[in-house]
Design a protein around this ligand. Structure first.
Ligand SMILES: Nc1nc2c(ncn2[C@@H]2O[C@H](COP(=O)(O)OP(=O)(O)OP(=O)(O)O)[C@@H](O)[C@H]2O)c(=O)[nH]1
Ligand SMILES: [Mg+2]
Length: 315
């Protein structure tokens, strides 16, 4: 058996980079991987597995078992009615967003930040398309400032002009990262800007809705050329998702994943039974009124809480 790194794949065919330097197309031996029961997909880019090489074909093998994951980044897949593994064993989840084209969606970012915190994966908020400017919309700058204030790492780049790309490239050297975000925010374009040899397919936005057109259809891990430190960054490109639906977080626990609310939970006059919606002596509401908690983040918490309760999620 040889150990391998899953680069990507679908159904029961996975591209695995094996420790002997060969990349093999592998199927899963037996019917399922026990660890992946209940998931939409059995493996994700970044997974490590034990591979049984094919005696007759150097380009093929079988996946025998999974090396226990350090972490995994999932979102709930509504169509499949199951959590979907987007990437595994990450150092960074890079949440790509844009000031425009497609429109800025702070609640998408909030939800992805929550899921990253729940998995203990360090998130980076990456605002791409800085060449479009944040313009008159000071809301964007305000939200970026607020995320940074809460201790989230925030970077601004343009895959088109190269603005900020050197600093970003340096930040991810020697690490395994995954780009996540809505379709059209420029995840594949960012990879092309990091390494032009990749020449990944990128796509325009739909004229009618200004949304991305779902150009990338499957997740794939890429090793970038070594940077100044001599270390390579590895980056997983993922297909754009329209909605980011949380997995395994209850409405009651949600406040624990808002970094500015978490320290106040339990300290309200009504204690643990406080809903933080209308009670007198609610420490969270007091913090909102005092401007300590950003009103938009509080609203975001309210809406996401409602989404968990009703099961009806917006974009
Ligand atoms: N103005 C501007 N346009 C950009 C920038 N980065 C990417 N784009 C454009 O945005 C569009 C979408 O880019 P993609 O890289 O395909 O986006 P994606 O996030 O990979 O989309 P999916 O694969 O559908 O999830 C393309 O037309 C790109 O040329 C940028 O920094 N500035
Ligand atoms: Mg893409």
């Amino acid at each position: 058996l040889i150990e391998g790194l899953v680069l990507g794949g679908t159904n029961n065919q996975f591209e695995v980079e094996c420790a002997d330097g060969k990349t093999r197309l592998c199927s899963i031996k037996g019917k399922v991987l026990r660890e992946s029961e209940g998931y939409y997909n059995p493996l994700a880019p970044g997974d490590r597995a034990s591979i049984l090489a094919d005696d007759h074909d150097d380009a093929r093998g079988q996946i025998v078992s999974l090396v226990p994951r350090k972490n995994h980044f999932v979102r709930f897949n509504q169509k499949g009615n199951a959590p979907q593994l987007l990437a595994a064993n990450l150092d960074f989840v890079i949440i790509v967003t844009t000031p425009d084209e497609p429109p800025f969606r702070p609640r998408f970012v909030d939800r992805a930040l929550i899921q990253a915190d729940a998995e203990h994966i360090a998130p980076i908020v990456l605002l791409n398309k800085s060449d479009l400017g944040t313009g008159k919309d000071s809301d964007i700058d305000m939200r970026l400032y607020d995320w940074a204030r809460l201790g989230y790492e925030v970077m601004t780049v343009s895959a088109k002009t190269g603005d900020g790309m050197d600093e970003f490239a340096k930040r991810i050297e020697g690490k395994l990262s995954a780009f996540v975000g809505q379709s059209g925010v420029g995840k594949s374009s960012l990879l092309n800007a990091l390494d032009a040899r990749l020449a990944l397919r990128t796509g325009g936005l739909s004229e009618k809705y200004g949304r991305g057109t779902h150009t990338t259809t499957k997740g794939m891990l890429f090793h970038l050329p070594p940077g100044e430190s001599g270390e390579c960054a590895s980056v997983i490109d993922t297909p754009g998702v329209r909605r980011f639906i949380l997995h395994d977080i209850t409405a009651k626990d949600l406040a624990l994943y808002f970094r500015e609310m978490e320290p106040l939970v339990g300290s309200c006059s009504w204690g643990a039974s406080c809903s933080h919606l209308h009670e007198p002596g609610c420490k969270i509401l007091e913090a909102v009124y005092a401007g300590i908690i950003n009103e938009q983040r509080y609203e975001s918490w309210q809406r996401i809480r409602e989404e968990i309760e009703t099961g009806s999620w917006s974009d």
